[in-house]
Design a protein around this ligand. Sequence first.
Ligand SMILES: [Zn+2]
Length: 76
Amino acid sequence: MGRRYASPADLDTRLFHDETTHITATCCSCKRVVVVTPDKLPIDIDRHDFERRSVCKSCGAKWPQIVRYPAPKSWW
Ligand SMILES: [Zn+2]
């Protein structure tokens, strides 16, 4: 797998960082929470792009709140 490494400037705009295991998207309106893992999306997907395209399946609201979760322990 040819994994791309981002420049520091990229890290501000990418949804997933290299150490990100998953993110949660919380609906601003109904508080529905969706967990998204990097294998579900392009690794270099733009955070803004993701937020713009996200639509809550429960209430139809857009622009969820995104929280990244770094790996809590080593892969080894
Ligand atoms: Zn909602």
